[in-house]
Ligand binder design. Sequence first.
Ligand code: PGA
Length: 250
Amino acid sequence: MSRKKIIAGNWKMNMTPTEAVQLVETLKPLVVNEDVDVVFCVPAIDIIPVVEACKGTNIQVGAENMYFEDKGAYTGEIAPAMLVDAGVKYVIIGHSERREYFAETDETVNKKVQKAFEYGLTPIICCGESLTQREQGITIDWIRQQIKIAFLNVSAENAAKAVIAYEPIWAIGTGKVATTEQAQEVCCAIRACIAEIYDDATAAAIRIQYGGSVSASSAPELFAQADIDGGLVGGASLKPDFGKIVNYNK
Ligand code: PGA
């Protein structure tokens, strides 16, 4: 089964609404590639102007986070229905920065994943090990645990539609990209874990991204790996270089 590549930008806490629209205008002509699903995951306040600016293009808009309740007294949070109404299709769940700075756990990730599917949003579920964990030799065990908890009570039908982003924490924003062998090894293990939880068809359908210092120069080799179906791109997604990453195969 051939999986369509998915390359998503994660803008993090960058770009005012005005800057966001300017960036979309700059990137719009550069990110055209019919072989790739292109997603811009943007700060909540940028979503509405970015959805508007992306109308008529191949770009889909994603959120960087959402809450796991439908609505109510959760000051400062964003509900899934708000994202859907604003035209959002994807939502990053459990990015390592959210786990580290905002106390997200595998359990809250699981609640958010279930909620995203309830609303027809596609979650981009993040996992990844620290440098210490890699040095301790527990990378695969750790990732398998993150994946198993993230997918608790998620049907095979929904799981097949999910996107997983494998992002070694030591590679994020450091310029230290994982080797293609390291990235492929973990992405392959994630797919095997999905096959164990569900079945081979679900494992064959699910898309697994690599993230962590992806650049125009590292993208072609990474995305050519058997189990790497694209990337989640931070720093380089804010620059014209993102066009080169999206067109890694041209
Ligand atoms: P980076 O970020 O590409 O800047 O390393 C990736 C991410 O955190 O999603």
